[in-house]
Design a protein around this ligand. Structure first.
Ligand SMILES: [Zn+2]
Length: 368
């Protein structure tokens, strides 16, 4: 009843009392009972093929035709509800896409590849809620959400291949498939995304770095040092985390003339440590060459971490104390050493030497 006593219809799910399509949609949207903070934010973005979006939505609202669902509908008997992968637990959405032991190992591997650690959530919809609130930054967030879709879709296809085509799940290639799908979807949106699936499998660093570098890349090209300065461009390359690694570097003067270079195998290392070793090697070689003493050196690397460690002693890990104290002793040979970050595209000569270094059996060092 209105204040003035007039009787009228009101829509109680809108504050104004008037009907709106939005309030009706809100009313009809599924609200998982377990998590009031549940949100589809970031879901319907069109960043992956529609069939994949729809599949994941069906999974989140628990409408997938898993064996549990088919038993509930009377299509299978209750004795046929077991998971086709582990043959132990009932095949619910939460189990087949998340909790089944081998599948959780895949999620864990992917999450670790991104550089994070995660506890297994209690449901697939909780997984989405946590996942979608994790990573920020325009490109990075897009890639992170795509990764969720890629993992869920790949696991589901794996399960379908087993059930309908009797294909034994190939857990060795699933990681590659997940990253390949991610890479293809990224390239569909960003045609200039430079990395191949193999690049990304080696390390997620390129993907994370590209997202930060994206708006600046065109401006960033290699430039020679000022007169009376010498510039090292260095790089480290690892085939794994850790894996066989190589380091490379090239020294140039203010004309851009090459004065020296190195390409060296450094054994099994993590990529960050290979990057650090490349910097240390450049300083070490410079100290061993008396023509380079009393000079201003600039060292450019495409590793954000290695450059941060060189510039900020507080960010260093105690494990690498020996390397840093060695560098400190070598600094005495030079007037100054400056460390700066350069994007990968501008560091290609050092990158090539580092990649060659991985396959070398002995050190290559040349002074010109
Ligand atoms: Zn299972």
């Amino acid at each position: 009843m209105d204040k003035d006593g007039e009787d009228r219809l009101i829509w109680k799910d809108n504050n104004s009392g008037r009907f709106s399509v939005k309030s009706l949609c809100g009313l009809l949207s599924p609200k998982p009972s377990t998590n009031n903070a549940f949100s589809f934010a970031g879901f319907w973005k069109g960043i992956v093929p529609p069939k994949v979006e729809i599949f994941c939505w069906m999974a989140i609202i628990n409408r997938l035709n898993t064996r549990c669902m088919l038993v509930r509908r009377g299509i299978l008997s209750s004795s046929e509800s077991n998971c086709p992968i582990c043959l132990v637990e009932a095949e619910s959405v939460d189990h087949i896409l998340l909790h089944c032991h081998k599948h959780w190992l895949i999620w864990s591997k992917i999450i670790k590849w991104w550089g994070l650690v995660w506890c297994c959530p209690k449901s697939f919809s909780d997984m989405w809620s946590q996942w979608s609130s994790m990573v920020h930054g325009n490109f990075q967030r897009k890639a992170w959400l795509m990764l969720f879709f890629s993992v869920a879709w790949s696991l589901w296809l794996l399960r379908n291949d087993l059930i309908f085509q009797q294909k034994t799940p190939d857990y060795d290639s699933i990681f590659f498939l997940i990253i390949t799908r991610l890479c293809l979807w990224l390239k569909a949106i960003h045609s200039d995304f430079p990395y191949s699936p193999s690049d990304l499998i080696r390390s997620a660093d390129g993907l994370l770095r590209w997202s930060n570098a994206h708006s600046f890349r065109i401006k960033n090209i290699w430039s020679p040092p000022m007169i009376n300065r010498l510039k090292w461009n260095v790089d480290g390359s690892s085939l794994g985390k850790p894996g066989p690694s190589g380091i490379g570097g090239v020294l140039r003067n203010h004309h851009g003339h090459v004065l020296g270079m190195f390409s060296i195998p450094v054994g099994i290392l993590d990529s960050n440590i290979a990057e650090l070793r490349a910097i240390v090697k450049a300083i070490d070689l410079s100290a061993s060459n008396c023509h380079l003493h009393h000079q201003h050196l600039i060292i450019e690397s495409d590793s954000v971490n290695a450059i941060r460690w060189m510039n900020n002693p507080l960010s260093r890990h105690w494990k690498h104390h020996n390397l840093f104290s060695y560098v400190n002793r070598l600094k005495a040979y030079f007037v100054s050493i400056t460390f700066s970050h350069i994007f990968r595209e501008s560091n290609c000569m050092a990158d090539g030497l580092a990649k060659q270094g991985v396959r070398r059996s002995s050190e290559f060092v040349a002074w010109l």
